[in-house]
Design a protein around this ligand. Structure first.
Ligand SMILES: [Ca+2]
Ligand SMILES: [Ca+2]
Length: 316
């Protein structure tokens, strides 16, 4: 069950799960020396789950990153770096997992841009709702962590990919946002040669079958959708849900993901094509009230006006 859930999640985002049937490519040169070294490093008698070769120091010789495991066939227990000196191999050190949570499960040799710099990327997951990466460069003493990408909430995914196909990798973040739509918000940051810059909004991706915005059927759902879209600043959704122009309002959704459970929406006034509802949010941290007037246009409920009190509703 656990594995199915994880796979389902990763398909929606960007991570590629380690292939358990992957054939291990052992180096062919100085093989005995290499295997002896592996035995020395592998004091806990793990299985070798993966070997990735790459010329990290640009000396024309392939260096190797070895993933050891044993708890199951997917997750790594340790990842070791071996430098190729031509006539012999030298163990430098293990790749630290500075994030200290979750499990690592994939290794890749990557370039972030057209420079000669080479990096190692290790995939990491908390096992159910979050996945990310750890990025290393090769320092003299061994692999050095230079960037960790993992969603702060533990929900969502961060990965390195070239979203605009310009040959440079961006750090891309996917967050599941709200419950009124099955949507992921996608943000990206550019690599400037040393670090990833500020996160910028990229786009919304809908995970439903239509892969698009689904207009909510009843007034309550319109309001929840409107509150979420306002919170995440999703202009297209707000526009779609508004009768006219978008009406700015403040509704402090500290626990937005729990909105469906904690919000109370009730009808104040109603006729065939017009309805006024009040949304109340009340818990330990907050107490909020917001009135919404909706009008029916071509069988869709649209937000006509919004206000903190019934007599003070804004209409743009
Ligand atoms: Ca090398
Ligand atoms: Ca790019």
């Amino acid at each position: 069950m656990f594995r199915i859930r994880f796979l389902f999640f990763t398909i929606l985002t960007c991570s590629i799960f380690a292939d358990s049937n992957k054939k291990i490519e052992w180096p062919t040169k100085n093989k005995e020396n290499f295997q002896r070294l592996i035995k020395e490093i592998n004091t806990d008698n793990y299985e070798v789950l993966d070997i990735v070769g790459g010329d990290f120091n640009n000396d024309g010789l392939l260096d190797y990153v070895i993933a050891f495991g044993g708890r199951d066939e997917f997750f790594y227990e340790k990842v070791s770096f071996i430098e190729n000196h031509g006539s012999y191999y030298k163990y430098l050190r293990d790749c630290e997992n500075g994030i200290g949570i979750g499990w690592t499960y994939s290794i890749s040799y990557i370039k972030l841009d057209s420079s000669s710099n080479n990096y190692l990327e290790i995939g990491i997951t908390n096992g159910f709702s979050g996945s990310g990466y750890i990025l290393y460069e090769l320092a003299k003493e061994g692999p050095k962590e230079i960037s960790i990408g993992f969603p702060a909430t533990g929900m969502g995914s961060r990965c390195l990919e070239d979203i605009d196909n310009d040959g440079k990798l961006e750090r891309v973040s996917y967050y599941r946002a709200g419950q009124s739509q099955y949507r992921h918000l996608i943000y990206y940051s550019e690599w400037n040669g040393e670090e990833f810059g500020d996160e910028k909004f990229y786009k919304v991706e809908y995970g439903n079958e239509e892969e698009g915005f689904i207009y909510p059927k009843n007034p309550n759902d319109v309001i929840i959708n409107y509150i979420e879209a306002n919170y995440y600043d999703l202009k297209d959704e707000l526009k779609e849900l508004s009768y006219d122009d978008i009406i700015p309002f403040e509704f402090n959704c500290l626990e937005l993901d729990l909105l469906y459970d904690s919000i109370d929406i009730s009808v104040v006034q109603k006729n065939n094509n017009e309805i006024i509802l009040v949304a109340k949010l009340e818990n330990e941290d907050q107490k909020e009230k917001q009135f919404f007037k909706l009008k029916k246009v071509k069988n869709k409920w649209k937000v006509y006006s919004v206000g903190k009190t019934l007599n003070n509703m804004k209409k743009n």
